[in-house]
Design a protein around this ligand. Structure first.
Ligand code: PAN
Ligand code: ZN
Length: 189
């Protein structure tokens, strides 16, 4: 049977930690290559190596039909005009979809269809749910001034494949323009 502390898990929005599960922390230096403005990235890194996001996960059981979930907290900030973001990934099991539930703060999901390259920017905020289809690279961005807290729920066999995004990044970037988030094509290097 599934352990009792995997049946009921408490979290707070402050720590955004699921029970006592370990938190995976991603700092600025871990995001090398993700931001469009490399000079702004190196300049920010010379000032320090802040925590950008952390995720704690609950994995009650593996196998057909089972679910895993993770609680993420993404800090507000920008590198150049580009909002703080997660690395982003495809699921190793490509058909695996995911549900994101916004719990606090204001942000968005950048979705990119692996087959067509079509990009979409979908708001992620309190009292909203985002459906991430299978075969879709997904990245979370914080477009607000407060931490963005969200829950991601996915099939236990989804897995993470970071390699395609690490190699090609996303085709679009989410930047602030006139105080508002905007999706623009990434400039070719
Ligand atoms: C999320 C992500 C979380 C961190 O739980 O793993 O937001 O983003 P990266 O994994 O891209 O660093 C999820 O989508 N799980 O499948
Ligand atoms: Zn995912």
């Amino acid at each position: 049977a599934i352990a009792r502390d995997d049946l009921f898990v408490h979290y707070t929005l402050e720590s955004a930690r699921l029970g006592n599960r370990p938190m995976v922390e991603r700092r600025l230096a871990d995001l090398r290559g993700c931001f469009a403005d490399e000079a702004a990235f190196e300049a920010a890194l010379r000032q320090g190596n802040p925590l950008l996001y952390s995720v704690s996960s609950v994995e009650p059981a593996a196998g057909d039909g089972q679910l895993h979930y993770g609680l993420g907290i993404l800090q507000p900030g920008k590198i150049g005009a580009e909002y703080y973001l997660t690395k982003g990934h495809l699921h190793a099991h490509r058909p695996a979809a995911e549900i994101y539930v916004g719990l606090a703060g204001e942000g968005a999901m950048l979705l990119e269809d692996e087959a067509t390259g079509e990009s979409r920017l979908v708001p992620l905020r309190t009292h909203s749910v985002v459906y991430v289809p299978g075969h879709t690279a997904h990245r979370t961005v914080n477009t607000g001034a407060a931490p963005l807290v969200y829950l991601g729920i996915y099939p236990s066999n989804a897995g993470h494949d970071y390699a395609p995004v690490a190699k090609n990044n996303f085709r679009h970037v989410v930047i602030e323009r006139d105080g508002k988030p905007m999706l623009v094509p990434r400039e070719k290097k």
